[in-house]
Design a binder for this molecule. Structure first.
Ligand code: ATP
Ligand code: MG
Length: 421
């Protein structure tokens, strides 16, 4: 942290020596004041992007049209942005127009919240025109200027207000809540990748349960319904129910496991969770992992007799079948959720898992093409069904994982399940 900050100061020095103003701004100034670890440092400067590029040996043209150049110092990236104002977010993605300005205060005034609109220069003095420091110590999220105006410019800021509030354990200023009440329906126009990025940070952060509760109570979530059909009204309200069932995202390690717990909590199906994750622009890999843990739980819930999800013990046979359908990683994620919800150790399930001779078709001692040759049947969709059936037998400890035993069992299965060829 100190090293990063010192590197930032060096960068300010280089800019100052060339006759430019420069300040550390935004999240790093805020995080340093409240003693949170820094992850990156943003710098605002009077220098134009070309001047910044000319001053440093290693730069990337990150967003030249918005005035941003990434400067690499000792492998660490610094975003250096020319003082600017913005006007209009008609597409709710990026400002229509960016104008470079000469006064750092003007740059600070375009920023969203008072505690994000502070700057520190080379002399170490804090520039805090909107009372960010006071709001930090009082624990208040407050917009720079009237919330209704600022949310009207960029509706994403409503999510950011909730994110910062939940993250820091702050309250939202009443004007900020009123701004959300006025503009919440505008969330339906904000680009899904921006929504996804903010929501992801909420789930990953320090206050995921508060964030989800606020998203629901504020009425914001309702305005994602059109683009996230899996978030039915019942499910949005279902989050309260999930909380009542003691799902606490904060007690779960890992962002994807938390997401799975969220979808389980609101009662989404595996397919709905998958499509919601994709709509929120998560990678295919993340979406699949999250959906698999949801699927695992749904698979168990189907096998239970009417018991509420996540509160009932499960039977061994069902549980092992779920492992075979969804894989060991999904089982591990499910266990992590269960442990956090029920406070149990999952000892029985861990024993069952450890006792499974194999967990995947690929571990069978015979391959599908071998079987179809040995049994003299032309390959087809039946092969996958057969292998899955053999997997079950072996995984439940009813059949040794030996080629001869598997071939014999396969022959029986074919006689029972398939018409003669
Ligand atoms: P984090 O620690 O989550 O990165 P951050 O404050 O650095 O927090 P960023 O999204 O990285 O947040 O944005 C950097 C800075 O840019 C903010 O501190 C804020 O000053 C400004 N900013 C970002 N997004 C907006 C926005 N939508 N409207 C106004 N200002 C914004
Ligand atoms: Mg940041």
């Amino acid at each position: 942290d100190e090293r990063l900050w010192a590197e930032g100061l060096k960068l300010l020095r280089t800019l100052a020596d060339a006759g430019h103003e420069a300040y550390m701004v935004g999240g790093s100034v805020r995080d340093r004041l409240i003693g949170r670890p820094l992850h990156d440092i943003d710098i605002a400067t009077s220098a134009l992007p070309e001047a910044v590029q000319a001053l440093f040996p290693r730069t990337l043209p990150t967003g030249l049209q918005h005035g941003t150049v990434t400067v690499i110092v000792d492998g660490d990236p610094f975003e250096v942005t020319t003082y600017r104002t913005e006007s209009g977010y008609s597409d709710s993605r990026r400002p229509d127009e960016v104008a470079f300005v000469t006064d750092v205060r003007e740059d600070l005034s375009r920023r969203d919240f008072t505690f994000n609109a502070m700057a520190v220069g080379l002399d170490g003095a804090l520039l805090d025109p909107f009372g960010g420091r006071e709001d930090l110590s009082a624990g208040i999220v407050r917009t720079v200027g009237r919330a209704a105006d600022r949310f009207g410019e960029d509706a994403l800021r409503m999510l950011r207000a909730i994110r910062f509030g939940a993250e820091f354990g702050f309250e939202l200023a009443s004007d900020t809540w009123e701004g959300i009440a006025t503009h919440k329906q505008r969330l339906s126009h904000v680009a899904m990748e921006r929504v996804g990025a903010e929501w992801d940070k909420m789930i990953a952060g320090q206050g995921p349960d508060q964030a989800c509760a606020w998203l629901q109570h504020s009425g914001l979530l309702v305005h994602l319904k059109e683009r996230l059909p899996s978030l039915t009204a019942a499910r949005i309200d279902g989050w309260g129910l999930a909380n009542a069932r003691a799902i606490r995202l904060a007690a779960i390690d890992g962002i994807d496991v938390r997401w799975a717990a969220y979808w389980i909590g609101v009662g989404a199906s595996e397919a709905d969770a998958l499509s919601a994750c994709k709509t929120l622009r998560m990678s295919g890999k993340r979406s699949a992992r999250i959906a698999a843990a949801v699927g695992f739980e749904r698979r168990l819930a189907d096998g239970r007799t009417g018991g509420p999800a996540l509160l009932e013990g499960c039977d061994q046979r069902n549980w092992i079948e779920a492992v075979l359908d969804y894989g060991v990683p999904a089982a591990e994620d499910w266990l992590a959720i269960e442990v956090s919800v029920r406070g149990f150790e999952g000892l029985a399930e861990r024993d069952w898992l450890a006792a499974m001779p194999i967990t995947r078709v690929g571990q069978l001692a015979v391959r599908g093409d071998e079987l179809s040759k040995l049994l003299g049947r032309s390959p087809g969709p039946w092969v996958a069904r057969l292998l899955r059936a053999l997997l079950s037998e072996v995984a439940h400890g009813k059949l040794p994982n030996e080629k001869a035993d598997l071939t014999l069992a396969a022959r029986n299965w074919i006689t029972r399940m398939l018409p003669p060829e």
